[in-house]
Design a protein around this ligand. Sequence first.
Ligand SMILES: [Zn+2]
Length: 119
Amino acid sequence: MSLADLESKYPLIYTHCHPRGGPGWGALLEVLLDQLQARADSGGVQARALLTREKWGRLSLRFSPLDPADEAMVVYVEKLSMHICEVCGAPGTLIPEAWHRTRCNAHTEARPTWPTSDR
Ligand SMILES: [Zn+2]
């Protein structure tokens, strides 16, 4: 699922920013967003995304407000993104070259074909 699809699936979370990043991270991010929205739907805090983008090869996330009980999961998802190809979702590794990126062997040189800036 593309991150743009996730923006429309979770409109109460994405009121302040547009998610930016490759489709390979869609399933990973969806697991997190599903948890955050479930909390709000059951009477808890309605999380709002302030930032969802690729930074230094990994997924960078910020939410406010965010239930403290979900903070560890946000960190966990950011760390997992360093092991998942941003292009296709296959197991990948962070390539710490001048251009940081997380890629599987097939997509080592693949450049973004998705929006990378929300401006
Ligand atoms: Zn890949």
